[in-house]
Every structure is written in structure tokens, then in C-alpha cells.
Design a protein around this ligand. Structure first.
Ligand code: AMP
Length: 435
């Protein structure tokens, strides 16, 4: 028999870790709702051309990391698993005519993304993102609002000292001249460039700036800065974003080398880091403005801005901090376990538990054929509040109700059982502060 394992770069989220993710998802959902974002769900795979066009063919994400699906349809269409959410959401915006809705259209989605990268700590082939997109607002105020939303998410998650790195990467008016200046700067050093960077010099020179290769650090430090090449409109936009952040009391660090990995960004670009952990794969999240993307994907020219926060890295950061706040606070312990004096009489236990569940109570029956003592023992191990003991009293319509926490026991009419359990559990919770 072969032994199977989760594919390289993926992992199972066992109940405890899944609960930690669930907690982040509910913080995300609550935050998105409060800021006026409505949920959207797009397919996990799309026409590969959507990512090639939307994200850019000269990006790592498409060039090296796209999970292409081998099968091709008769029309020659090919698919790829989504490496990021924005292209799919903008595709949906165009496809469903959302430009006729009140603008901006504020959308949110949380789910898995796929990148066929070399797996390492904090870098998975399937990872989860909390995503926010505001399509149809040119900013600058909303840029600051979205950055503030991201900061608030981390604070609620339990990471208090997350830092914002901020840059503007210009637009179609000023970036081409900057790119020329950048190529002119790097060209005389071409033979010093690592192979990958030399290869990128003409295809995607911006990416040289955030190269992880230590050989690039010195060259990059002296490279021309995009913020010195912004056109008047981009410079004014960038200044206004910073003013709005200042007004909100959000600190940030200007990072002229921050260019983001995807082609569609314009103007505002930002990433979130834990101070001291700004290295290559450590970004907790990031985002930026994409004023050309809607048009690039076939819609009317429409500005937009978005944010993608990696949930896996938040969990890792919480674990690294030794934070206990990884659980979602839900109590998986049953309120009641139905046990029986007659080990063989499983049907009646199952029926009583089914009726309790129908009444909204977290109840399970012990369906094993163990002795009563063993059944009670395992209910206690599961931290059940009550055990319902089915015995001879059932002939008169009664059962024994044992309160494991109070250590008391009473005879209760079966008809009255659900009410007793609800009020008993509620009194206990409010009194005992178990939550
Ligand atoms: P990006 O669009 O590449 O900036 O990704 C946004 C966020 O998603 C990053 O800041 C990370 O937190 C997270 N992320 C990106 N790629 C991965 C990956 N391979 N594994 C885990 N998290 C990732």
C-alpha cells in the first residue's frame, strides 16, 4: 500500500488550527461588514489568460508560480488556479456590469490562493487570503481607509506592532520615463547582475528593486527612486494619501524599493510587516491601487484599490509570539451526553440525543456498548456539562440528570429535559464565566 501525504507545500488544518483560522475569518468578516464591504465568491480557477493579462506575464506569479490545469477544452482554453483574488474579482465586476452600481463597489472575499512556488517557512502552495477591493474610487482618502482597515485587522487578531511600508509607483504618465531611467542605471552594471535579474532587466525592471538577492542590495540602494520621478498628479495623490494617514494617526515608513509583485499596480503600494521581520517572505499582507486593471480586462476605465492579507502568516506570527489567542473561542464540549444503564439499548439514547439536538442543544449519545461508569467517564473527559442517564425510570417518563460540574443529580421528566438543560447551562455560563 502506498502511503499518501498532503501535496508538497500544502497542509491539513487540523481542528485546533482550523479554529484559529476561523477566528481570523470571523474578525475579517466583521471588519469588512463594518467598513461596508459585501462578500463575493469567485471560482478558484479561471481562464489562465485572465492572470496572464491581469497580473502580467513577466511577474513571478505568472511566469513561475501559476498552477496551470493540464486539461484543455476543445476551444483551446486553458485554466489556472487563482494565485491572487483581484483579477477574478475585477473580471466579475466587468462581467456583471458592476460599473452601473453605486461606486465604489466594495467587495470582500476570503479563501485559498495557489502558487506553485518552492515551499519554505511561511510560503505555501495553498494559502489563505482575506481580500478587500474598492472599485470605482480614485482616492486618495480611500487608500488611507484601506490601509487603516488592514492595521485594524492585525490589531484585532492580536498583532499590535504591525508596520506599514508605503510607496507610490506612479502611473502610465510617469512610470515609462522612470523605467527608462532605471534601465539606464542598471545597464552599465549588467554583468554584475545575478542571472535572474539580468534576464528581468528589460522585461520587468521594477522587480529588480525588490530583489531578494543580497548581491543587489548595494546597487538598489543607489538606484533612481520612483518617488523622484512622479508626475505632478501622482505626486499630489501620494502626498494626499500620506496626509490622510497622518490625520488617522497611522504611522508608516516610506519604502522607495517597494514595487509589489504584480503588474497591475499604479500609484499607492503598501505592505504590512512585523518590525525586524521585513525580509523576503515575511510580508503579512499588502495591496495597492490598480487604476488600469478594469480597462485592461475589458471594462470602462475605472480606478480601484485593494488589499490582500495572508492569514497563514498571521497564524505563524501569533504562534511565534506565543499568543494563546489562536482559538476561535467556540466551545466544542457538548452540553449533554446521553448515557444508559443498559449498554445494549443504544436506540433510545440516540433518540433522546436527536430530540435534544432538534431543540438546539449540543448533545451527543454514547453509542458504544460500554458499562455506564465508562460512558460517564468519557463524557467527563469531553468536558460535558451534563450527562443524561437513561435507566429504569424511563418506564415512568423520567431520566436522571447529572450535573458533572456541580456534582449534583436529580430526576427529571423527559418532557422537561430540554428546558432544564438550556436553563442549567445558561446559568452556569453566566455565573461561571466559562466563556
Ligand atoms: P502578494 O499578493 O504576493 O503580496 O500576497 C499578499 C499576501 O499573501 C502576502 O503578504 C502574504 O502574507 C500572503 N502570501 C503570498 N504568497 C504566499 C505563500 N506562498 N504562502 C503563504 N502566504 C502567502
Amino acid at each position: 500500500m502506498p502511503t499518501f501525504r498532503a501535496p508538497r507545500g500544502t497542509r491539513d488544518l487540523l481542528p485546533e488550527e482550523r479554529a484559529a483560522f476561523r477566528r481570523l475569518e470571523s474578525i475579517a468578516a466583521d471588519l469588512a461588514r463594518r467598513y461596508g464591504y459585501r462578500e463575493i465568491e469567485t471560482p478558484m480557477f479561471e481562464d489562465a489568460a485572465l492572470f496572464e493579462r491581469g497580473v502580467g506575464t513577466a511577474t513571478d506569479v505568472v511566469e513561475k508560480e501559476l498552477f496551470r490545469i493540464a486539461r484543455r477544452t476543445e476551444e483551446g482554453e486553458s485554466w489556472a488556479l487563482r494565485p491572487e483574488p483581484t483579477a477574478g474579482i475585477v473580471r466579475a465586476y466587468v462581467e456583471h456590469g458592476m460599473q452601473t452600481w453605486p461606486q465604489p463597489v466594495r467587495l470582500t472575499m476570503t479563501g485559498p490562493m495557489f502558487r506553485h512556488d518552492r515551499p519554505q517557512a511561511g510560503r505555501f502552495r495553498q494559502f489563505w487570503q482575506f481580500d478587500i477591493e474598492a472599485i470605482g474610487d480614485p482616492g486618495p482618502a480611500i487608500d488611507a481607509e484601506i490601509i487603516e482597515l488592514g492595521r485594524t485587522f492585525y490589531r484585532l487578531a492580536g498583532l499590535d506592532d504591525v508596520q506599514v511600508l508605503l510607496n507610490s509607483i506612479g502611473d502610465g504618465a510617469c512610470r515609462p520615463a522612470y523605467i527608462e531611467a532605471l534601465i539606464a542605471y542598471f545597464e552599465p552594471h549588467a554583468d554584475r547582475l545575478p542571472a535572474l535579474e539580468r534576464d528581468r532587466l528589460h522585461r520587468n525592471p521594477l522587480r529588480l528593486l525588490d530583489s531578494k538577492d543580497p548581491a543587489m542590495a548595494e546597487l538598489n540602494a543607489a538606484a533612481p527612486r520612483i518617488t523622484d520621478h512622479l508626475c505632478a498628479a501622482c505626486a499630489a495623490h501620494f502626498a494626499a494619501v500620506r496626509e490622510h494617514l497622518d490625520a488617522l494617526g497611522i504611522g508608516y515608513r516610506l519604502e522607495p524599493g517597494l514595487v509589489r509583485g504584480l503588474d497591475y499596480y499604479t500609484r499607492t503600494a503598501f505592505e504590512f510587516f512585523i518590525p525586524g521581520r521585513e525580509g523576503g517572505q515575511q510580508a503579512l499582507g499588502g495591496g495597492g491601487r490598480y487604476d488600469g486593471l478594469v480597462e485592461l480586462l475589458g471594462g470602462r476605465p475605472t480606478p480601484g484599490i485593494g488589499l490582500g492579507l495572508g492569514l497563514d502568516r498571521v497564524i505563524l506570527a501569533l504562534q511565534a509570539d506565543g499568543a494563546a489567542r489562536t482559538s476561535d473561542g467556540s466551545n466544542a464540549a457538548p452540553v449533554a451526553v446521553v448515557v444508559g444503564a443498559d449498554p445494549a439499548a443504544t436506540a433510545v439514547r440516540l433518540k433522546v440525543a436527536t430530540d435534544l439536538r432538534a431543540a438546539g442543544i449540543a448533545a451527543r449519545a454514547d453509542l458504544g456498548r460500554r458499562k455506564l461508569g465508562k460512558q460517564v467517564e468519557s463524557a467527563a473527559k469531553d468536558r460535558a456539562h451534563f450527562v443524561v442517564i437513561i435507566g429504569d425510570e424511563l418506564a415512568d417518563g423520567n431520566v436522571q440528570l447529572k450535573d458533572l460540574e456541580a456534582g449534583s443529580q436529580q430526576l427529571v421528566a423527559l418532557d422537561d429535559l430540554a428546558r432544564k438543560l438550556v436553563s442549567g447551562d445558561r446559568t452556569h455560563r453566566h455565573g461561571g464565566g466559562d466563556l
